[in-house]
Every structure is written in structure tokens, then in C-alpha cells.
Design a protein. Structure first.
Length: 430
């Protein structure tokens, strides 16, 4: 039996309402508690107090703290961050007490600086996938009918202890070893090892879904992530020999053989895609041909619920070669094809373009139908036939993809919803 495939297929749907907190913290063994949210927060009990690992978004932190105060009360001598993304650091201020020390990898300020530099565009784009969470972050807090306060601030914390490669300390006789893994989702990523117990908190080193193919470029907007640092980080975690892997989302993975098998499979899958992409590039194949051709063989199956192999191929190609694909002179200039779509549609006639798009849909070519729909909408953005073609092309793409990939399905569902609304506004109820 393929234990890795079995684990992949048993992991929960990433579209599940991760912001729905439970009424109590979930015990993991007899000294660790998990509070579930957009990303999980953890409390580790020691005889000298608790150690908090990640704190959630600012608006989630009061829930995390209330649950931990019940299950695992303080004091809180340390807070540890596995990465600088906002869903891990937002509640630090709420958990800080006199004497609390925040420990993070030294690149935390660089990651937070990125968040501030592109805050507006990142939030605007992230709204496509995280509208409920972002809306919750902006809502006043308090019980219905009671006086409400402003939503808790999203912290931008400064570490008290920064480290480069490793950091070790003890709390109440329990040893904590932190290891930098800059090949994770951020360059400040780290894992927290409890070597006395064989427990590793991996955060999002391997993405929110484990074991799924890594997302080397997330379409919500972030810096590229690179293959070789990812593999180096994976090997560093594997060398720790964890018997329990506690990730940033969902339930832990238990059993050293299973964890080792998953890490081995991820390593082999990423190496395979990297090597096949480089071979194709050197053979003169273009980026889009390689996106179609490079696929994992069955024996290297991993999930593609967060990252996708085809997107990884494109990212790898661009990391090595840049944005110029040497296919057309127009790549060098800001005027792009969509700007002359109206001219082409005017020459062909809107009805003919929409009809050709419909024919592509019937022939099972939704990607081509989508291109024709985009051209038709560039010419006539309020034309019901063009809107309906675009809506149906998105639906066909969603049906083909299913709900397998969080980003792809989220984008397509949003497009279908927006186009349905546009049809209604145009007075067309189809």
C-alpha cells in the first residue's frame, strides 16, 4: 500500500472553514495544545510556564489566548514564530507578558517589510481567497448587543532573540531547538524541535497541506520560492527524525516511518520536476509546452491541493530565464495582446467570436474558449453573450479541475460568481 498516497487522500479539504474556532483547545499528547484558526497556534506546557508557538491573526488571538488560558495557563516566558506571515504573528502583542521573550529567525524584519511595502495590493488580491477572514479582521469585537471595541491590532512584532541557523534553550527542563529552514514559505521560516520527545513543529515549511507539492509561487502574490533551498530545508527536517510532525494547519502526522516516507516522496517529486524542466529547457521547449508535458509519474504521487506541478514548471523556468520568453517582440513592450483584442473582435464580429468560443467549449477546449471570451469582453464588456461565454468557460475549467487545488478553484469560483452577477446586471437571467 502507498502510505503517502493514503495520507494525501485522507487530509481535509483546504476550503473547510479554518476560521471556525473550536470551543476548546485540542490536546496533542499530554503537554501540547492546539487552537485552530486560519493557521494553528500551539501552547507547550512546561514546569516553568508555557511556550506559545505562533499566535494567529490579530483578530483570532483573543480566542487562542482564551482557550490556552483555560487548558494551559501561563506564565509565558517564550513565544516562538515559525514564519513571519501575518496569520502566524498577528497576536504576539496579546500574548506578551512582562518578561516574555519573542524568538524568531533573523529575517523576520525583512518578511514584515515586504508585507508593508505591498500591503494594499496583497490584501486586494488576497480578498479573492480570504474575503471572510479579512472581513472578520475588520469587524468590531464583542458579543451581539454589547458595546463593541475596535478589532484587535494586527501585530508587527520585533523579536527579542534573533538567530541565524540554530537557537537552543530549555524551559522547565524541556529543550527547544530552533532550526532555520529558509526554503519554506518565507526566508525567515524555522522549525521547532523538541528532541527529548521526537516532536517537530514544522509550521508551513512544507506548505499548509502535507504532503502536497510545494507552491513555489503563490498566485495571491509573494516572492518566488526556490527549489534548492526547499530541498535543503526538507533534508534538515528529515535529519531530525521526527516521530510526530505538527504542521501549521490541520492535525499532526504521527509515526517516524510515515513522516520519513512523505519527506522522501516530496524530495523525489520536486527533484523530478526540477530536472525534467531543465532538460526540456535545454532541449529548446518553451515554457507553456513544458507546463503541459511535465507530470509526476504514479510512483511519485503527492497532493497538488496547494502547489501545482504545472505552476512549479513555469516558476522554475522563469527563475532561471526571467520573464522574457523569446517568443514574440511584443514581450519587450507594455502594449499587450489584450489591448488589440477589441480591434480583432471588431474585424471578425462579436457574434462570430462568441460562436467560435462556444464551439471550443463543445469540443472540450475550455482554455481556448476562455481566451476568446476575454477577447469578446475586451470589445463588449456588457454584452450578455460574451459574459455568458466567459462564465461557462470558467465553469468548465472548474469542473475539469474539481476542488483539488485551493488557488485554482478559488479563482474560478470567484470568476463564476462575478460573471453571474454581471449577467444579472445586464438583465440576462440565463
Amino acid at each position: 500500500m502507498d502510505v503517502v498516497r493514503k495520507l494525501v487522500e485522507s487530509r481535509p479539504d483546504f476550503f473547510a472553514n479554518r476560521s471556525a474556532h473550536l470551543e476548546r483547545a485540542i490536546p496533542i499528547g499530554d503537554f501540547i495544545w492546539q487552537s485552530t484558526g486560519l493557521s494553528n497556534a500551539y501552547a507547550v506546557r512546561t514546569p516553568a510556564g508555557r511556550v506559545i508557538i505562533n499566535t494567529g491573526m490579530g483578530f483570532e488571538a483573543p480566542v487562542h489566548k482564551r482557550l490556552f488560558d483555560t487548558a494551559c495557563p501561563g506564565p509565558t516566558p517564550f513565544i516562538l514564530l515559525t514564519q513571519g506571515h501575518v496569520d502566524h504573528v498577528g497576536g504576539v502583542a496579546l500574548f506578551r507578558e512582562p518578561g516574555t521573550q519573542l524568538v524568531a529567525q533573523r529575517n523576520l524584519p525583512l518578511c514584515q517589510r515586504d508585507d508593508q511595502r505591498i500591503k494594499q495590493v496583497r490584501e486586494s488580491q488576497a480578498w479573492i481567497w480570504f474575503s471572510e477572514a479579512l472581513a472578520a479582521a475588520r469587524r468590531p469585537q464583542g458579543a451581539p448587543g454589547a458595546a463593541t471595541a475596535a478589532p484587535p491590532l494586527q501585530d508587527v512584532p520585533v523579536a527579542d532573540i534573533s538567530f541565524d541557523e540554530t537557537c537552543s534553550f530549555e524551559v522547565g527542563g524541556l529543550r527547544f531547538d530552533l532550526h532555520a529552514v529558509p526554503g519554506g514559505e518565507t526566508i525567515d521560516s524555522c522549525v521547532v524541535d523538541l528532541p527529548q520527545h521526537g516532536i517537530v513543529f514544522s509550521g508551513n515549511t512544507f506548505g499548509p497541506l502535507f504532503p502536497h507539492f510545494p507552491n513555489f509561487n503563490t498566485i495571491r502574490g509573494d516572492r518566488y520560492r526556490f527549489v534548492e533551498p526547499y530541498l535543503e530545508s526538507l533534508r534538515r527536517v528529515r535529519a531530525l527524525g521526527p516521530r510526530l510532525l505538527i504542521t501549521g494547519h490541520f492535525a499532526p502526522i504521527e509515526g517516524a516511518p510515515l513522516i520519513r516516507a512523505c519527506l522522501d516522496r516530496l524530495e523525489q517529486a520536486v527533484e523530478y520536476v526540477h530536472n525534467r524542466t531543465l532538460e526540456g529547457m535545454n532541449a529548446g521547449k518553451d515554457i507553456f509546452t513544458l507546463m503541459r508535458e511535465v507530470q509526476l509519474p504514479p510512483e511519485l504521487h503527492v497532493g497538488q491541493g496547494y502547489g501545482k506541478v504545472s505552476w512549479a514548471v513555469r516558476t522554475i523556468w522563469e527563475q532561471y530565464m526571467g520573464w522574457f520568453k523569446a517568443q514574440a517582440t511584443s514581450e519587450l513592450y507594455p502594449t499587450q495582446a489584450r489591448e488589440v483584442y477589441p480591434d480583432l473582435v471588431e474585424l471578425a464580429g462579436l457574434a462570430a467570436v462568441v460562436a467560435r468560443g462556444r464551439a471550443k467549449l463543445v469540443a472540450g477546449e475550455p482554455e481556448a474558449a476562455m481566451l476568446l471570451a476575454e477577447a469578446a469582453l475586451a470589445h463588449s464588456p456588457r454584452a450578455p453573450d460574451a459574459i455568458a461565454l466567459a462564465r461557462d468557460a470558467n465553469r468548465a475549467l472548474l469542473e475539469r479541475a474539481g476542488e483539488a487545488n485551493f488557488w485554482e478553484a478559488g479563482w474560478l469560483r470567484t470568476q463564476v460568481r462575478n460573471l453571474d452577477a454581471a449577467l444579472e446586471a445586464a438583465g440576462d437571467g440565463r
